[in-house]
Design a protein around this ligand. Structure first.
Ligand code: WTA
Length: 649
């Protein structure tokens, strides 16, 4: 064992939490036989799940057609995703079951049953048709967290149009880029949404984006914020007006299993976001499977609440498709967790009797900061299972969550996955797995993972690169418009396998501990942002000559964006101006936490910016060897400043 490995091993968390007898008694899975099924024949395993969990109009002929890097699942099979999420529940007599308890930030509420959701979806599907949208078209969605976001997605699925949802926090420029890359014909947006007690404008931002989107012919606007908007004649339509006269019946047409269901843009290591492609049958199979078994869903009694925004993959898979395919009752909340008070989440859990709560480590660490007295104000005894997603969860946050939200009685499932994987890949099964705080534990049944070293050799113990060894139903089918980049990005680093971009460790018991990204992708509050994207945004400001961006460890947000900027000769600019510039270019989630101005950036003699070194500076670490550096004085100067200027909050 090397010194580094010895230190790692000592740092491992040793507490273990087996599922309680009480939880096991009613759990869907309480032993490990499902893992054996998945290992014996993963294709057969997924075929059984697809048949068991979904309703198909036509059976498939081949379970999986795999020619690296192209996968097709349930080839020849046909189904309609919206039928699976809506019609079949209503046809089975469950139309009155609540699909969404919607809670608006100002406190307004709506109860939406499966029958309501089916009705609205059919009408809106007819609206889409009346605007000329046909199977295969792309539709952009830029919305607050309101039920119409889900309705818009389901209506697209119903008629075979692919949606591309852009998170409402992205800037006009980001929206323009995504619309143009997808060549979308229609944009669905809202006047505005509620955030921290105020209305934030969406239509106004969309209007700016629409100045440069030649493919968009129509815009549908949902009234939510009540803020004033301008409506362009012939192009812009109010949702409620179109819905008032829409035909209520739109039969669900069977779609090919590989019909494109959606694009979702995510950051990679270059400045240009990738349009990740997901299709229908395989995706729905795995989101339904994972939602059922990872969350031990009992649809008759559970109230599920995933706090993600529909603009991210977590919202797609665990607010819209997984839970609705399983006929679950959910809470959907529009706003921030601290409006009007720091106990809003706990108040909502008490109000709706939430039984399964799924959130991100950043949120948990924020709740910790606000204090245990906040959840203690409310009766959280309905909660029986907790989930975490989006970033590594540190053991302290895991323990706090388990104790203060779960009352010490609830299993915690730490779920690892990505926009590209479409659904959860590594997670405990809560009635079967003994958990360890901070570990996502094991690959789910039917999923193959392997840790490898630099050379692709198997790692049995200690740190390595996380790879996926076999195709899985919800895997991405490609990058929109760029098959070469798809192959290159995911399938070439370790030939024959998918490289996730994450590092991980294996402990003595074979538990996986996710360590975060090993590439130039940052993870800030569970949101993926590439260093290059932020650098390009900074350099696009006329005062900036050069910029280097690193993700530095941050106790709350996981990583924080730290930028080092060299100005053009004679130029002067305020830090805040540059931060806002990044906000305009990408969106406020990408604003650097701190910007340090420096006359030079540390570079190797061949001119490469030394990011590792900058990260060390940002995290206040001892720098070690700087002998390859062109000018070592740059670094000591940066260090002096980093210690003088505390990064602003
Ligand atoms: C990170 C979010 C540790 C990881 C669903 C991955 C995690 C990236 C976990 C994907 C977890 C997600 N533990 N890290 N439980 N879940 N990640 O595409 O680095 O927004 O590669 O998907 O988030 O982020 P994405």
């Amino acid at each position: 064992m090397t010194d580094a490995q010895a230190i790692d091993a000592l740092g491992w968390e040793r507490r273990t939490f087996p599922p309680s007898e009480a939880f096991k008694q009613n759990a869907l899975v309480s032993d490990t036989s499902m893992y054996d099924d998945g290992a014996a024949d993963y294709e057969g395993f997924w075929a059984r799940q697809a048949a068991d969990l979904l309703t198909w109009s036509k059976d498939w002929t081949t379970t999986c057609d795999w020619k690296l890097p192209a996968a097709q699942w349930f080839v020849g099979g046909e189904l309609n995703v919206s039928y699976n999420c809506l019609d079949r529940h209503v046809l089975a007599g469950r139309g009155d079951k609540v699909a969404f308890h919607f809670e608006g930030e100002p406190g307004d509420t709506r109860t939406i049953t499966y029958a309501d959701l089916l009705d609205e979806t059919q009408r809106f599907a007819n609206v889409l048709k009346s605007l000329g949208i046909v199977k295969g078209d792309r539709v952009n969605i830029y919305m607050p967290m309101i039920p119409e976001a889900a309705i818009a997605m389901l209506a697209c699925a119903r008629i075979g149009a692919a949606h591309s949802v852009v998170f409402g926090g992205f800037s006009a420029l980001s929206l323009t880029d995504r619309i143009n890359d997808a060549e979308a014909k229609l944009l669905i947006t809202a006047d505005g949404g509620w955030r921290r007690g105020e209305v934030f404008p969406l239509k106004q931002t969309a209007d700016e984006a629409l100045l440069h989107t030649p493919t968009i012919t129509d815009v549908v606007v949902v009234r939510r914020g009540g803020n004033e908007v301008s409506m362009q004649d012939g192009r812009d339509h109010w949702y409620h007006e179109l819905m008032a006269t829409a035909d209520p019946v739109c039969p669900a047409e069977p779609m090919d299993s590989e019909q494109l269901l959606f694009l979702l843009y995510t950051s990679g290591t270059t400045g240009r976001p990738k349009g990740i492609m997901h299709t229908s049958g395989g995706y729905l199979t795995q989101v339904a499977f994972t939602h059922k078994y990872v969350f031990d869903l009992h649809p008759e009694t559970d109230v599920f609440w995933c706090t993600a925004d529909v603009g991210w993959i977590t919202g797609h898979s665990y607010i819209v498709y997984g839970p609705l395919a399983n006929g679950a009752t959910q809470v959907m909340y529009e706003g921030v967790p601290n409006f009007p008070g720091n106990d809003r989440m706990w108040q909502i859990i008490e109000k709706y009797g939430v039984t399964i709560f799924y959130t991100a480590p950043t949120a948990i660490r924020t709740f910790m900061k606000w204090g245990a007295q906040e959840p203690a104000k409310h009766d959280l005894s309905s909660v029986r299972l907790l989930g975490s997603v989006g970033e590594p969860i540190n053991p302290e946050a895991w323990m706090w969550y388990q104790e203060h939200i779960g009352g010490g009685r609830c299993p915690v499932v730490d779920t690892w996955w990505q926009t590209e994987t479409g659904a959860i890949m590594i997670s405990p099964l809560p009635g079967a797995t003994t958990t360890k705080p901070g570990s996502a534990t094991f690959a789910l049944p039917g999923i193959g993972t392997e840790l490898v070293d630099e050379n692709g050799e198997h790692v049995e113990h200690g740190g390595g690169y996380l790879t996926l060894t076999q195709p899985w139903p919800a895997m991405l089918r490609g990058i929109w418009g760029d098959p070469e980049r798809y192959h290159e990005t995911y399938w070439t680093r370790f030939p024959g396998r998918y490289f996730a971009g994450d590092g991980a460790k294996l402990d003595d018991d074979g538990y996986l501990w996710l360590l975060g990204r090993v590439d130039d992708v940052m993870n800030v509050s569970g949101h993926r942002i590439s260093t290059t994207e932020v650098e390009s945004a900074l350099v696009s400001h006329p005062a900036v000559a050069e910029a280097a961006v690193v993700g530095a460890n941050d106790p709350t947000t996981g990583q924080a964006i730290i930028a080092y900027v060299t100005l053009r000769g004679g130029a002067e600019v305020d830090e805040q101006v540059l931060r806002n510039h990044v906000g305009t270019e990408i969106g406020s989630i990408a604003k650097p936490k701190a910007i340090y101005f420096t006359p030079d950036l540390p570079k190797t003699r061949s001119g490469k910016i030394m990011r590792r070194l900058l990260r060390d500076v940002a995290e206040g670490r001892n720098l070690g060897d700087t002998t390859t550096l062109a000018d070592a004085s740059v670094v000591s100067e940066l260090q002096r400043r980093a210690s003088e200027v505390p990064p602003e909050d």
